[in-house]
Design a protein around this ligand. Structure first.
Ligand code: GTQ
Length: 345
């Protein structure tokens, strides 16, 4: 049984006033709030953002706000548990749905938070990252790591939408978040991904391995999907058919703060991810799944997104009995591991 501690009101007012004058705070009235017994306090709520309901509002933003007035035309998927105005899905994860209309350009800038984009719909848009022109197709993952120039453009005929995942809340909390504007980038010859998309073989360092910290910027969905299908076929007894997006030179997580994964649920499969300390985000690339978190069940259809607080198990059920479903997951694992607070319960 945890001992009841003294309250602020138990202290004489003149003593409390003296403390305030000297910028001092007694710990014991707040000790249990900052170090609760057994499990952390979490503001993160389990929230579902259905794409069908947000898409009309995003397209409306395309009519209401020209790209020049937005720079990045984004509706933020905000967790009410953190206060909508704080624009967090979880303590370290920012989510935004970005719209780019045919012919539009989002100008070049770079910033300290790391970003990735998961392409939701539309063809013929691209993002240029560090001079590398990355075409966007549904399900592709494109990295924009900290400090790299990036700009977006669209040569096609229909709106393009993607999900931005940034570690902005953490970097902002650290008082380390800022951006720099720049001129349009010169596009360099070649792209990294074609040299890196075969796991097990990488370009030989002495001749051609890059000295880039982030050698692979675009992870085509066709390759990730094929890897999941091959894994499931090769290991039929494997429950968690999941791959991690990694830096192919180091094998480490693709970015340093958030982790990114693709999960395949086999036809009719139900799978429970154990309770772990990091918060998570689930975005359905293909199929139809039910996600159960904290006693709520969300029916996700393609392009839907939901989030889960840390320290909670999450059950994923493939509603499709004849075909697999494919889920993109973002979580705070790299951060928790680096800080030494990562746990599985
Ligand atoms: O596309 O560069 O959702 O700078 C938030 C900040 C997207 C971007 C966001 C950004 C971007």
């Amino acid at each position: 049984m945890t001992q009841q501690l003294g309250r602020l009101e138990d202290l004489p007012q003149d003593y409390r006033d003296d403390l305030i004058q000297l910028n001092l705070v007694p710990l014991w009235p707040s000790l249990r709030a900052v170090l609760p017994p057994g499990v952390p306090a979490r503001a993160t709520q389990a929230i579902h953002w259905p794409y069908a309901s947000l898409k009309p509002l995003l397209l409306k933003a395309g009519e209401l706000t020209p790209i020049e007035k937005a720079e990045r035309r984004v509706l933020v998927l905000a967790n009410p548990g953190h206060g909508l105005e704080n624009m967090k899905a979880s303590p370290a994860i920012y989510l935004g749905m970005q719209l780019l209309l045919p012919g539009e350009r989002a100008p070049s800038h770079r910033h300290t938070p790391n970003a990735v984009r998961m392409i939701v719909e539309g063809e013929s848009a691209y993002t240029t990252v560090d001079g590398e022109k990355c075409q966007m197709s549904r399900g592709d993952l494109i990295l924009t790591p900290t400090g790299l120039w990036h700009e977006h453009g669209h040569d096609g005929t229909d709106p393009v939408v993607w999900l931005d995942v940034l570690d902005l809340p953490l970097v902002y909390y650290m008082e380390a978040s800022y951006h720099v504007d720049g001129p349009p980038q010169a596009v360099k010859q070649g792209n990294g991904e074609s040299a890196w998309t075969r796991a097990g073989v990488v370009p030989t360092r002495v001749f051609s391995r890059s000295d880039k910290r982030y050698p692979m910027l675009r992870y085509p969905w066709a390759d990730t999907r094929a890897a999941l299908l091959a894994l499931a076929e090769d290991q039929p007894s494997l429950d968690c058919v999941q791959v991690t997006y990694v830096n192919p030179e180091t094998g480490e997580d693709a970015e340093k703060i958030l982790g990114f994964y693709a999960l395949m649920l086999k036809p009719g499969q139900t799978f429970t991810l154990p309770a772990r300390s990091p918060a998570q985000v689930f975005h359905l690339i293909e199929g139809g799944i039910d996600v159960s978190i904290c006693g709520k069940t969300f029916g996700l259809v393609e392009a839907d997104t939901c989030c889960a607080p840390g320290y909670e198990p999450v059950t994923l059920k493939n509603r499709q009995v004849n075909s697999p479903s494919f889920v993109f997951i973002a979580d705070e694992s790299p951060l928790h591991r680096k800080l030494g607070v990562y746990e599985t319960r």
